[in-house]
Design a protein around this ligand. Structure first.
Ligand SMILES: Cc1ncc(COP(=O)(O)O)c(C=O)c1O
Length: 389
């Protein structure tokens, strides 16, 4: 039977860059002690009080169909949080709860792009972006950034691609580079969106992981609330990756459309998960800082380790749980280096190429193992690069 072009073409063909990750998983399954620095998952689990709350709400009967747009309680809590953090008036009517940020990314593009529309995104990018845009029927178009700018986007490059496009997807703090867009970059992006009538889809799932500078949500810039959809999630800020709870914040009319979409696709998020997410958000910023703290600590460790050698470059990162390392001095591709490192030292990192052509010759390191093991792995990585250079 013939399968749809839509599903067959989703990943765009070729290697999807996850070979090293899959190889590491196979080695782990065979009992090899691999230091896993590939995916963006905390080394802690969801906090016990959140799970307790989930359990109590499930036992109390919140296990039937939940309201499709999300519970009033969680929508109100997300709206209040967004308003407090950005100053933009936000009510539950601006909020749609989704099964994680990934579903929000897909829904946001479904709501803004028609089949065949050009949807812009910034390279390097979170690995699912092009497939998500294709899944929504759009034609993904990458805008390249440069290692010498620490992957801060150039507004002129975005402007050059904007004519005729429908949307622009940005992600700050950024996966995979850790770059936090400057106020000037975001102001420039807002100008381009106004000038070319673009929707801005702002993926802010790392907004609690800022090590330097500040997080500015572009929805807060003049005139942008009408054309911005913000993607948020409990995954990274509250160590709730497996709970699959996220949201879109945007104009009321779009939220109405998203509710229609959810009615015909996901039919919402389990009520007890939403209750626990509401409880987690109510723990406030101190709890979010506690969840983010290990990554900030490990970033400082990495700065010390990398400062003591000259082969591997550390791309300056102001946020998120990753580091981009420049291994071009070895003359190897990111993919070759990552494979070599895994085979030789049983350390798994992601090839930069998995996140787009702009990150060629780099590897992404997730700061997701405990401090000593992390520091040891980084020292080994640097020594290995030195040997290969
Ligand atoms: C930039 C970015 N956006 C969105 C997501 C999706 O996260 P989730 O679906 O768990 O909320 C991730 C996950 O790693 C990510 O890195």
């Amino acid at each position: 039977m013939q399968r749809s072009q839509r599903i067959m073409g989703l990943t765009g063909g070729g290697s999807d860059g996850w070979d090293v990750f899959l190889k590491a998983r196979r080695m782990l399954a065979q009992g090899v002690a691999v230091t896993e620095l590939t995916i963006g998952e905390h080394d802690i689990r969801t906090a016990a009080p959140i799970l307790q709350n989930m359990h109590e709400n499930a036992l109390a009967g919140h296990t039937g169909y939940a309201a499709v747009p999300g519970t009033d309680g969680l929508r109100d809590t997300v709206a209040a949080r967004v308003q407090a953090r950005t100053g933009v008036p936000t009510t539950r009517d601006n909020v749609m709860i989704t099964p994680g940020g990934q579903a929000a990314l897909f829904a946001a593009h479904m709501a803004t792009c028609d089949a065949g529309d050009r949807a812009l995104y910034i390279d390097p990018y979170y690995a699912t972006y092009p497939g998500t845009l294709r899944g929504a029927g759009a034609i993904p178009q990458a805008i390249h950034t440069h290692a010498e700018d620490a992957f801060q986007p150039r507004v002129d490059d975005i402007r050059a691609q904007a004519p005729g496009a429908r949307s622009l997807l940005v992600n700050t703090p950024n996966n995979p580079t850790g770059v936090v867009y400057s106020d000037a970059t975001l102001a420039g992006i807002a100008d381009v969106c106004h000038d070319h009538d673009l929707w801005l889809i702002s993926d802010e799932v790392y907004d609690t992981q800022i090590w330097e500078g500040r997080h500015l949500s572009p929805r807060a810039l003049p005139g942008m609330a009408d054309r911005t959809l913000v993607v948020g999630s409990m995954s990274k800020s509250h160590a709730m990756t497996g709970s699959r709870c996220g949201w879109i914040v945007g104009p009321e009319a779009v939220v109405g459309d998203l509710i229609t979409l959810a009615t015909h696709t996901t039919y919402g998020v389990p009520g007890f998960i939403q209750d626990a997410s509401e409880f987690a958000l109510q723990q406030g910023p101190a709890f979010e800082t506690e969840i983010a703290a290990p990554f900030q600590r490990r970033r400082a460790l990495a700065q010390t380790v990398l400062a003591a050698q000259n082969t591997v470059g550390l791309v300056p990162a102001q946020g998120a749980m990753y580091l981009m390392l420049d291994i071009r001095a070895t003359g190897m591709t990111g993919e070759a280096f990552a494979n070599d490192l895994l085979d030789t030292h049983h350390i798994a990192v992601m090839p930069g190429e998995s996140f787009g052509a702009s990150a060629a010759g780099h590897v992404r390191v997730a700061m997701t193992v405990e401090d000593n093991a992390f520091e040891h792995a980084l020292r080994q990585l640097c020594a290995h690069a030195d040997l290969r250079a």
